[in-house]
Design a protein around this ligand. Structure first.
Ligand code: 5CA
Ligand code: ZN
Length: 368
């Protein structure tokens, strides 16, 4: 599977964490089923927002990226998110990305404007098949999410950049397309194609990436393979704060690293996120941490008992919930029911606490 990784110009917020938690659940379910999971995640270590933040704060863009990548990986480890099989940066992949851009150009689906290479949306069969938006919605989202619908010398406002010719003061690399740097979408289609091949099992990220990112990336991949990039797409609902999507550009952020600094137990942060189903957007509020802390306390008390009700049904219920579209709230409810019964009615199974502990640790990633 492939999950779109961070653009490392700021620390990871709860929205990022929720997206990677969702992929972590998929990873755990597959591993539990005995599969060998090849999980690839990119790092957008060169892009406009990173260069802008580096410029604004007087830091070298490479130093900024390295610093934020380190914090991100510490946060993910604290949240017990199993690392991908490979993290792949864009800077280390420039050759492979420019190679895909050159292959696309060779098919005739791309054209040049002053050294910038554009994918022609008119040359993308099945364009729209992932996002199902009308053209007006596409144009609006394209403008909001890194596209350039206002560039008037393109054939179609929706045509997107594959390769950006060198600009003064911007980093650039030599390539068959001239000196420049990759456009955004092609980094993911090139890295996924290289590491996972065509038609891998699961591609995704947050729902803000459905359009344009995943639609355009899929078109690039289809252009050279003739088929879908992935059999399934997973998009995680946006986590919001105060009525807005939590986003680095809006600045309404709750950082995982800040919560950790404040002494919040990462298992509690994880439990708070698990109480939301990945498909639905939700809001982080001040009620999240107290509720998750109370749940962790109840579970810990039940796990500390010498004997408790039989735990085999808990394991079965957690597996069943997760296999039903990663229903993490349903999985928590199954453990709640067991903990409540253990604490109020007691039980006779001396092995039960250990089995529940292992279930919660392995399948939900919560170590208590
Ligand atoms: N580097 C690109 C993907 S190639 C990117 O979108 N980076 S990011 O840092 O902006 O986001 C990293 C991941 O977190 C993406 O999968 C994105 O969809 C997801 N994400 C961003 N904001 C939120 C949010 N508020 N709620 C849930 N997921 C989010
Ligand atoms: Zn991506």
């Amino acid at each position: 599977m492939y999950a779109c990784g961070i653009t490392p110009y700021d620390a990871a917020h709860l929205g990022h964490a929720f997206t990677y938690l969702t992929f972590d659940l998929a990873n755990r379910v597959w591993r539990d089923a005995g599969h060998d999971v090849n999980y690839v995640q990119n790092t957008t270590d060169i892009d406009d927002p990173l260069l802008e933040r580096a410029e604004a704060t007087g830091v070298d863009w490479r130093d900024l990226a390295h610093r934020e990548i380190d914090v991100f990986r510490e946060d993910m480890a604290a949240l017990r998110i199993i690392p991908p099989t490979s993290y792949v940066g864009v800077v280390e992949s420039v050759d492979l990305i420019s190679d895909l851009a050159a292959r696309i150009r060779a098919t005739g689906a791309a054209y040049e404007i002053d050294g910038d290479l554009y994918f022609s949306a008119a040359e993308a069969p099945e364009f729209g098949g992932i996002s199902h938006l009308d053209r007006g919605e596409m144009l609006e989202l394209f403008g909001e999410r890194g596209g350039d619908p206002g560039r008037t010398d393109k054939k179609d406002p929706l045509d997107w950049l594959l390769w950006r010719a060198e600009r003064p003061g911007e980093p650039a690399w030599d390539s068959p397309l001239g000196r420049g740097r990759p456009g955004w979408h092609i980094e993911c289609s090139a890295i996924a194609l290289d590491r996972l091949g065509p038609a891998f099992d699961l591609n995704g990220g947050g729902s803000d990436l459905i359009f344009p990112h995943h639609e355009m990336g899929a078109a690039e991949s289809r252009c050279v393979t003739g088929g879908p990039n992935a059999h399934n797409h997973l998009h995680v609902g946006m986590v919001g704060l105060d009525g807005e999507k939590m986003s680095k550009s809006l600045g309404n952020l709750v950082f995982v690293s800040k919560l950790r600094e404040q002494g919040v137990d990462p298992a509690v942060i994880r439990l708070a996120m698990l109480d939301h189903h990945y498909r639905a957007p939700w809001e982080w509020t001040d009620a999240e941490l107290p509720a998750a802390t109370a749940r962790a306390d109840r579970w810990r008390a039940a796990l500390a008992l010498g004997a408790a009700p039989d735990a085999a049904p808990v394991l079965a219920a957690v597996r069943a919930a997760l296999s039903e579209d990663l229903d993490s709230p349903g999985a928590l409810a199954a453990v709640d029911a067991w903990a409540d019964a253990a604490l109020t009615e007691g039980g006779t199974d001396t092995g039960a606490p250990a089995l529940v502990r292992a279930t919660v640790d392995t399948l939900l990633g919560v170590r208590l």
